[in-house]
Design a protein around this ligand. Sequence first.
Ligand code: AMP
Ligand code: MG
Length: 524
Amino acid sequence: MSKLRHMSALPHIPLQNFSWSPQAERWRNRYAGLSEQLQRDLGVALGTAWQGDALAMPRWVLLNQGLARELDWPQGWHQDPLALNVFSGNAVWPGMAPFASVYSGHQFGVWAGQLGDGRALLLGEVDSPIGPQEVQLKGAGATPYSRRADGRAVLRSSIREFLCSEAMHGLGIPTTRALSLVASPQPVRRETIETAAVVSRVAPSFIRFGHFEHFAHSGEDGHHEALKALVDFVVSHHFPELQDAPNRALALLDVVVARTAELMAHWQSVGFCHGVMNTDNMSILGLTIDYGPFGFLDAFDPNHICNHSDDHGRYSWNNQPQIGYWNLRALAQALLPLIPEAKDDNQIVIDVLQTYEQRFPQAMRARWRAKLGLHTEQDDDGKLAVELLQAMASGKADFTITFRRLCDFRSDVPPDHPANAPVRDLFLDRAAFDAWAVQYTERLRAEDSVDADRAARMRRVNPVYVLRNHMAQVAIQQAQKGDYSEVQRLYQLLQTPFDEQPGAEADAGFPPEWAQAIEVSCSS
Ligand code: AMP
Ligand code: MG
């Protein structure tokens, strides 16, 4: 009774009228201001102030409340009267000044000219405990950069983008984040008629290599001034420690080489294939960006091509580190006009670029060491990993399952002891596994490794769950019928991919036979 009286003494807080976002001062759009200034002074814009197209009957499908908390948005932010429409592209909160940016890029190794935010729309930037963050919609309708396409994204690809962004985050891999997913019955034409959806994504910056290429390739003086303004902008906002570097463009290239090398090592280490590593899909911050026809390796084939449209395997798993390097070269090329110190031979730029040749292998060795549970460094650790991969490839052992089962490898018994059967049996060529395992055991002994400690270390870097294509496919098919429960379940599951979760045994197992027939392409 007294408790009730106490409760009724509290003021009623109606959630429906809850209003947080419309505080206009929270939102800013620094590109819009910079762009206006450049337009005025140089006749060159960074993009266009733009509004989303109307999306019919939107409904929330997924909300990332964990990310909202990281942003320090209050619980119930999505119940703001405008929120659903804001995150569908139908409305803006006061203070937002949406903006579509222009960029160019190399697609499949060929200069593609102007591209741009054809279906992405920056809503604005907010301060947060995790630093200033940009909030962007994907699929909010055509922009000046849509090049005759519709500016939409279908539910299928939006589910994949949301789930994989958060799965990568769960794996500890740098990525743009997903905040919300809104679905609509509005039809969208692809190979068949599908329905529209809008994902909102969050990152400190959505600037791509292609932004720099755009202003470098235009060739006119004003464009190089804009290029310089862009470098200054990115350095001052994201790499303030480089502001006083003798040459900011060169210093920027240096950190981007380092970050890209790290990112490629991360991708390789979890068997992630991006699928469309065009320079316009490369983040200047070294984040995984633009989830399309990506895939995680099932049966290990180093030449695996996840994008059905990638006829020549340019973006196969094995090629990714090399393509990262190729893309960095395109970035370096774009920055050249700002590096007069490069003079005739460009040697100073080449030297920075070529650090990738040490940085990537070094980052990759660190990842393999962690995956093998090694806690000391030895020169031939890379070789040990490569030989394991070779043995896996010869019998197409499942990438994720092999590394996870290797956590429980017993070094106190011979490789062919029944205790090691779970991992050993994954190898068609048992002798190859045994030969490798003898080396591994020697390596473990040399660093006085304790199996239980090693297993615990390895379980923190070798996931049980990755977003395999067939898992996404099942969730998508149900969602297309209006049942979002499987999408929700996967979203929860993939947030903690290193922990075995009850009821999710199938997600930790081998893909079903039909998974091999799944084709994902650029159509999204
Ligand atoms: P992607 O291969 O998805 O990275 O896209 C390459 C370029 O095409 C980017 O400029 C995208 O904005 C643009 N684009 C892709 N799909 C669409 C679409 N449905 N509508 C408008 N632009 C699109
Ligand atoms: Mg893209």
